[in-house]
Design a protein around this ligand. Structure first.
Ligand code: C5P
Length: 227
């Protein structure tokens, strides 16, 4: 019998709303959440801070291995310093996406991600949660939205934070990042064969969350019939 805690994976391209949906689904179920992209962003930040050559795959993997990270309800600290805002910046996300194809880095982050699987359950979002990290997940979602809808959401988020943003640049940037994630040899961005593809282009966050919760209620084990 599999005694591991249940996992719901939510994979998909940049800015498809995975993070928000994952947090809300986790809150609704009273489960923990793993934002795996944050680990790639934290590695990128560490590479910048320690002036590591992004092309030096072993040094980058070591940086991933040696991250001293603590996730807390308000955000995340790296080596004891609050970095929740800085890791969301576009240049950090772009570097994360350039580092992510490195197999040694992906291997270095694997066990760290799996350690998040604790009772009563985990909602994990990323690119390879359902295909590699939690292959045995109880429910796998592949969340998509068209590039324009995603760029509009990202643009609004940045402007709300007082950061200037250009929609066309964001669309171009997003397409480039998606292409890198889809085309890489290791852990490419693809739906797991048993994933449910959910298109959120025309859905509100609430509708998307409900969609996932409905799918989850269908995979819950049926209690034995009373006789
Ligand atoms: O999801 P987020 O945009 O924060 O992720 C930053 C980058 O990290 C992505 O562009 C992607 O290249 C990489 N990533 C990954 N595998 C994951 C999560 C993120 O390769 N599971």
């Amino acid at each position: 019998m599999n005694t591991l805690s249940p996992v719901i994976t939510i994979d998909g391209p940049t800015a498809s709303g995975k993070g928000t949906v994952a947090h809300r689904v986790a809150t609704a179920l009273g489960w923990g959440v793993l934002d795996s992209g944050a680990l790639y962003r934290l590695t990128a930040l560490s590479v910048l801070q320690h002036e590591i050559d992004p092309e030096d795959s072993q040094a980058v993997a070591r940086a991933g291995q040696q991250l001293e990270v603590s996730f807390h309800p308000q955000g995340v600290a790296l080596f004891g310093r609050e970095v929740s805002e800085v890791i969301r910046q576009e240049h950090v996300g772009n570097l994360a996406s350039r580092l992510a194809p490195n197999p040694a880095l992906r291997q270095a982050l694997l066990e760290r991600q799996r350690a998040f699987r604790i009772a009563p359950g985990l909602v994990a979002d990323g690119r390879d949660m359902g295909t590699i990290v939690f292959k045995d997940a109880s429910l796998k979602i592949f969340l998509v939205a068209d590039a324009r809808a995603r760029a509009e959401r990202r643009c609004k988020q940045l402007i709300d934070k007082g950061i200037s943003a250009n929609l066309d640049d964001l669309v171009a940037d997003m397409r480039e990042r998606d292409a890198r994630d889809i085309e890489r040899a290791v852990a490419p961005l693809v739906p797991a064969p048993d994933a449910h593809v959910v298109d959120s282009s025309q859905l509100t966050i609430e509708q998307t969350v409900q969609n996932v919760l409905d799918l989850w209620s269908r995979v819950l084990p049926t209690p034995p019939a009373k006789v």
